[in-house]
Design a protein around this ligand. Sequence first.
Ligand SMILES: CCCC/C=C/CC(=O)SCCNC(=O)CCNC(=O)[C@H](O)C(C)(C)COP(=O)(O)OP(=O)(O)OC[C@H]1O[C@@H](n2cnc3c(N)ncnc32)[C@H](O)[C@@H]1OP(=O)(O)O
Length: 385
Amino acid sequence: MSDFPDFSYLQVISFPVVQLHMNRAAMTASQKDFENAMNQVKLLKKDPGNEVKLKLYALYKQATEGPCNMPKPGVFDLINKAKWDAWNTLGSLPKETARQNYVDLVSSLSSSLESSSQVEPGTDRKSTGYETLMVTSEGGITKITLNRPAKKNAINVEMYHEIMRALKAASKDDSSITVLTGNGDYYSSGNDLTNFTDIPPGGVEEKAKNSAILLREFVGCFIDFPKPLIAVVNGPAVGISVTILGLFDVVYASDRATFHTPFSHLGQSPEGCSSYTFLKIMGPAKATEMLVFGKKLTAGEACAQGLVTAVFPDSTFQKEVWTRLKAFAKLPPNAMRISKEVIRNREKEKLHAVNAEECSVLQERWLSDECMNAVVNFLSRKSKL
Ligand SMILES: CCCC/C=C/CC(=O)SCCNC(=O)CCNC(=O)[C@H](O)C(C)(C)COP(=O)(O)OP(=O)(O)OC[C@H]1O[C@@H](n2cnc3c(N)ncnc32)[C@H](O)[C@@H]1OP(=O)(O)O
């Protein structure tokens, strides 16, 4: 691992303005983009912190060598263990995806530096101020990437708020289409179960009430999102990351992706309007298999049932999907927005009512022994899906 650039120099570099010139045309990073990004890292004037450095390290190793092939360091070899963990957590992520994610991460770091030093007060600042996401806006496409790969992109409270903020910004920016995807081997493992551990002074009842308010607002943002919204499902998807797919306009999936809504196993009930959208998409019996019995679908099955628009081999997933998206982004944006309105608007009121009802049922479910036991079992490492 000693061949990876040592980031200690970041602490002593002074303040040139950073500008990243990357060929974003294909939205899959070329070797040149990757090399540019590596050079850009060396120019960073501010230490991005250990967590980011580990992410960069892991993506670099995955992009250049593929899946982690080093023996696991001993427990007392803390630094190499942290590096090994970061690399290993990327699993079988394809090299080209790792390369793209590396370029995106460097781009978000660079633009964050740029805007803090260059942007006039009040000017729209893209891609900055997100802890749990990477957000880029290029070539008519705003791309929101869930960015907690070490936690399988589990959605913690901060991420719920950041996704809402990113969607609100995307609805107003000059992009034509918006994409949601995940960094690492998962698309998302759904609600972060540690969200349930932060109990306010009002106790579990207050926690359940606050969570229901948050969930309702979160799902509402998807119902109301005005531009074409595309999910690029790069790996397994669980829970709420699956249910809200019914509110997307197009869903592309890698053949590595799976779709799992284990609500009964968790003592919970459907959300994300899936109690309505899934029935419309796949009919009541198939929807029941998923939402009540927790049947996990392969990408092929999800496509056959209409939840997924198209499935691509993982090895060519990014290339094929981004070629399509780039073409979509060139279509007249107003026409696309208005067509979406015509297609979706008559359902909006119904969807908001379904959302409200699902949240109110869940508020009760979260207080049930079934749910509390399931969460405790996961947190105490007694269970996993
Ligand atoms: C407020 C609004 C509420 C809306 C409600 C929504 C409902 C849902 O979304 S229900 C779905 C909830 N999700 C789960 O039950 C998934 C739980 N996770 C797992 O079963 C497994 O982690 C996995 C099958 C997803 C992956 O297993 P694998 O062996 O490959 O990896 P791990 O070692 O388990 O995971 C790595 C790391 O990530 C942490 N983690 C993963 N998923 C979650 C999660 N959903 N919540 C919290 N933490 C998660 C896992 O604990 C590991 O952490 P450590 O490295 O610190 O041990």
